[in-house]
Design a protein around this ligand. Structure first.
Ligand code: FAD
Length: 370
């Protein structure tokens, strides 16, 4: 029997961020991760650290997204210090383009409501005319009639971030074990055991279930219901070009290496990241070219699909089953943007044994009342 301070099921961005945060609290963690054929949103996402549209009607979620953005620079610096990996974080603010007067007026209404709901926490934004937006980014298409801008947004390299989390966990004496799917958990209050493929047993007083869509079959072991579903998104990547975009937009961003990424499709889908639909790619590309006509000149060099973990209401789910002290189950979309809050705010709560503040408002109990 191998004893740890915490067992973390899932080595994507959510599990790894929490596991890293636990090591920062002095805990020895074991991260159990599935193999290459698993659904892994963390390896197929768009890389935004985005707050401006998060939490309409749910100001606690908006605060949480902004809290994470505010923690990102310190997280990136710490990961660089521990591992030498530059995760490519930039937080220059972000733009959401509107391609019709109707879109612009709906967006303006939404942003005004976000500010009202934010109350004393505040919500800094501007609605930009076409001309103002064109002064911020080059070669804006004629179809763009305006944009919303907030100073909180940015982007990061999801793959270097994941690599840095794994390296930092191991540097702190933790263990990251890939190719180790967890099929069964033996839970007892503050005592969790998982059988290892080699016949051994790993044991710890804390358990964090953070396996993305892989949480679904494991939730019943903690007495929890499932409130998540898959949603497919597709991404297009162009050849590398010189720095052209000084800030990310919701559907087009330039990576630290120079590629332009085009994203933001949403399809109700089964658990399938292999199917790519040309019609969806075409409409993503068309919208991107309407925003930046010069994109039409660039070669697309890669395209893929990945599957989001989408809670029923879009907000993260942070559960702590009352009958099982020491157990936690986390499922969320926006796991890139939220990684800093997961590592630096959520993990210390797990280490101390209880979720508080805005996290406590994000339990799945909210679905019991609808
Ligand atoms: C197309 C697309 C674009 C996105 N864009 C953004 C964005 O711009 N910004 C943003 O913040 N978020 C974005 N997201 C969402 C973000 O990628 C996810 O919220 C995040 O990656 C979720 O991380 P996760 O660790 O929960 O899940 P995953 O990345 O799916 O990882 C789950 C891990 O658990 C493992 N696992 C599963 N079952 C088991 C098991 N039984 N035992 C052991 N291990 C198991 C898997 O192998 C996997 O490694 C996007 C997602 C998609 C699909």
């Amino acid at each position: 029997m191998e004893q740890f301070d915490a067992l973390v099921v899932g080595g994507g961005l959510v599990g790894s961020a929490v596991a890293f945060g636990l090591t920062e609290s002095g805990m020895r963690v074991l991260v159990l991760d599935e193999g290459d054929v698993a659904l892994r949103a963390s390896r197929g996402n768009f890389g935004l650290v985005w707050s401006q549209s998060k939490g309409l009607g749910a100001p606690h979620y908006h605060r949480w997204a902004r809290t994470s953005a505010a923690h990102w620079p310190a997280l990136a610096a710490r990961l660089a210090e521990l591992t030498g990996i530059d995760v490519g974080l930039e937080l220059p603010g972000g733009l959401h383009f509107c391609l019709s007067d109707a879109e612009l007026s709906a967006r303006a209404g939404m942003m005004a409501r976000m500010r009202q709901e934010a109350g004393e926490f505040g919500f800094d934004y501007r609605m930009l005319t076409r001309q103002e937006a064109a002064e911020m980014v080059p070669g804006l298409g004629r179809d763009v009639v305006g944009a919303s801008w907030t100073p909180y947004d940015g982007h990061v390299g999801p793959l270097p971030t994941l690599r840095a989390f794994h390296a930092a966990i191991q540097r702190a004496g933790g263990v990251y074990r890939p190719l180790t799917p967890v099929r069964k958990i033996d839970p007892a209050p503050n005592d969790f055991r998982i059988a290892m493929p080699d016949g051994g047993v790993a044991r710890a007083p804390r358990l964090v279930l953070a396996a993305g869509l892989g949480n679904i079959p494991l939730l019943p072991a903690l007495g929890l219901d499932c409130w998540i579903a898959p949603q497919r998104g597709q991404i297009l990547v162009t050849e590398r070009v010189r720095p052209l975009l000084s800030m990310p937009t919701l559907n087009v961003r330039q990576t630290a290496e120079g590629s332009i990424m085009i994203g933001d499709s949403k399809e109700e889908a089964a658990f399938d990241s292999l199917t790519q639909r040309p019609a969806v790619m075409r409409s993503m590309a068309e919208r991107a070219v309407r925003c930046f006509p010069w994109l039409a000149e660039l070669q697309i060099v890669r395209a893929w699909a990945a599957v989001r973990i989408l809670p029923k209401d879009g907000l993260p789910i942070y559960d702590q089953p009352a009958r099982l002290p020491g157990a936690f189950a986390f499922s969320c979309h926006s796991g890139v943007g939220l990684a800093a809050a997961h590592a630096r705010v959520l993990a210390p709560m797990v280490a101390q044994g209880g979720l508080t503040g805005d996290c406590a408002l994000l339990s799945s109990e909210r679905f019991q009342h609808v």
